[in-house]
Each structure stands twice: as C-alpha cells, then as structure tokens.
Design a binder for this molecule. Structure first.
Ligand code: TXA
Ligand code: MG
Length: 317
C-alpha cells in the first residue's frame, strides 16, 4: 500500500502494519481507544501487556510523558531514532488501554524512513503517536518482512512494505522511572544499566508517592516461540541419533541434521534469526522434526540473541 493511504487509514481509525528497523509493527492511533483495543483482539494479547507509543522525535515523545528526566536526554541523544524504548511516567492524554492501566508509558522513535514520514504526517494532523506492538500473534515469532506479516494475518491488515528490517530483534526497553535506569528487555543497544532492579525492597512504602518501578509485563518466559519443539545445545554437541533441523553458525555438516545456516556474528545473527525460525517452522510442518539451536557464547554482544533463543525454547505446557 502507498504511504499516503497508510496515513489515511490510520487517521480514519484503522490498523496498518508498518516497517521499523527492528521488526514490523501493528500500528494504531495511540489516542484512539477503540482502535487500540482492536490490536489486543487481533493479536490475542492480554490486556495486561502495555504497548509502546512510537513518535517522530523527542518533542513528540515529551508530549506523551508527564516527566522528562535528564537521564532520558542523554540516552535519546545517542540512540534516537533507533532501537531504544524508554519507560517514563505517562501523560494523562495517553489512554489507559495503551499502558494497560499502568502509570508509565513506553516510547520510542523508530529508525525507518517510511514510518518516520508516516509519524510526521500524523503529528501534523494532531495525532499523539502510534501504539505499535510487533505485528505477530501473541507469543509467536516477530515479523521482519512484509511476507511474515501476511503469514500472520493474511489480508486482514494492510501493510506498508518497507523491505526487510535490518536490526531484526525488538528494541531495548529501559525503565527510567527508578533511581537508576534498568533494562526490562535486552536488545541490540547495550546501555550502562542494571539488568533488573537492584533489590526487592523497591516497593513503595504505604502512603508514599514513590511508584514501584515498572516491570516488563510482556516478558513471559514463552515468547518469540516458533511452532515446533526447540532445543538449545552447546556448540560441541554430538550428532543427533535421529534427524533434526539445526540452526548453526558453522559451515560444516553434521550427520542427521538439516542445517539452517545463520550469520556467525551477533549483529548478522540477530537480523536473520526470526526469518530462520519461520523457515524452520515451515520445514517441520506436518513432521515431528525438532529444531536444535547451537547457543552462541555467553558474551555481552550476544545477550539479546540469547534472551530470544531461551524464550523460543521454553514451553509452558
Ligand atoms: O522493536 C520494538 O520495540 C517493536 C517495534 C514494532 O517497535 N515493538 C515491540 O512491541 O516489540 P511489543 O508490544 O511486541 O513489545 C513491547 C514490550 C513488551 O514487553 C511490553 O510489556 C513492554 O514493551 N512495555 C510496553 N509498555 C511498557 C511499560 N509502560 N512499562 C514496562 N514495559 C512496557
Ligand atoms: Mg512482541
């Protein structure tokens, strides 16, 4: 679909899938409660899981928050537009449904020329921003191409095709409401922040105004999961005793495996990961094939990829 049409659909209270540098998003006017509700319905997303508000620039970001700390200035100067989401106290203009009735809002400026263009045009027409989760059914793998979005929702949702997302995994989410920033969801941007709140004694004292720092309600253990059994294995694993699919960074073949090759460096791996998981799903359809994934090393540059792999492999049942 054309960019102008996407803008009109969004203005008219419709949903559109938009490209970002991380993954495709399912966008709705963040100020329109009714259409935002449609996002939750379409994705099968629990109402307790808040959405990220996407805006064109810092000025627009300031309009969706109640307070803008200096810690935010430094972070966004370095990383926006880009795969960084910050969590701050919400402005009253943001409908409760967007933030799952919580006191904070997540906001980011995505780094994709088409979506930035859409956002600028919408702001010019008075729109606060776009509520935009990844354009996949809840708990499934996020889409990194327009075709992936079609595979999720068929023709139900118009798509603005902006090519392949080059980062390939979702933004880093950083909570700035506490005394020190902390990372709620790891992503390609590694910032100097503690991975989780330092101690449980952070809960607000009765009668005090201090809010508890936002946790990441969307970080269920099983998330980003493809539709086949996934097993994480060491690099030096023995050959399997029966046929499996093998997601591997190496070029040599191992007996009994159908290799799905993926980039050996962390940046390339992240950009190819979700397409590889979807390919594995297709190959395994109608079979009982498992997907084995060689776990990349426990090093900081691999943290976000390792987080997604652990989630892809976990089963609640
Ligand atoms: O890269 C991305 O962030 C993509 C693209 C489309 O921008 N979006 C995305 O949205 O990944 P979603 O809805 O799939 O994931 C948003 C995450 C969830 O884990 C959610 O719980 C968390 O951000 N989140 C949203 N609002 C929050 C808030 N107020 N406090 C804490 N976590 C929040
Ligand atoms: Mg998602």
């Amino acid at each position: 679909m054309k960019l102008e049409v996407a803008v009109d659909v969004l203005m008219g209270g419709g949903l559109v899938a938009l490209p970002t540098e991380t993954v495709y998003g399912l966008a709705a006017d963040a100020g329109n409660e009714q259409v935002v509700r449609g996002i939750f319905e379409l994705k099968g997303r629990p109402a307790s899981n808040p959405l990220i508000v996407h805006v064109a620039d810092v000025e627009a970001a300031r309009r969706v928050v109640a307070d803008w700390p200096t810690s935010a200035d430094e972070l966004v100067a370095r990383h926006w537009p880009g795969p960084l989401t910050i969590v701050l106290p919400k402005a009253s203009s943001v409908p409760d449904i967007v933030t799952a009735a919580g006191p904070t809002v997540a906001v980011r400026v995505p780094d994709h020329p088409m979506t930035l263009d859409v956002l600028r045009r919408l702001h010019a027409r008075g729109v606060l921003g776009l509520a935009m989760p990844s354009a996949n059914r809840s708990e499934h793998v996020s889409p990194t191409t327009a075709q992936h979005v079609r595979d999720e929702f068929g023709d139900a949702i118009p798509i603005l095709d902006g090519g392949q997302c080059n980062v390939g995994i979702e933004s880093t989410v950083v909570d700035l409401t506490g005394r020190a920033p902390h990372v709620l969801r790891p992503g390609s941007i590694t910032i100097n922040a503690s991975p989780r709140p330092p101690h449980p004694r952070r809960a607000a004292r009765p009668g005090s105004d201090r809010q508890e720092p936002a946790r990441s309600p969307g970080q269920h253990r099983r998330h980003y999961a493809p539709n086949l059994p996934v097993r994480l294995i060491d690099d030096d694993h023995p050959a399997p005793s029966r046929p499996v699919l093998l997601l591997t960074r190496r070029t040599h073949s191992i007996q009994n495996t159908t290799p799905l090759r993926i980039a050996a460096d962390a940046v390339g791996y992240a950009s190819e990961l979700y397409a590889a998981l979807r390919r594995a799903e297709k190959l395994a359809r109608g079979t009982d094939l498992e997907l084995w994934i060689e776990m990349p090393p426990d090093e900081p540059e691999w943290a976000a990829v390792r987080d997604r792999l652990r989630r892809a492999a976990s089963r609640l049942d």
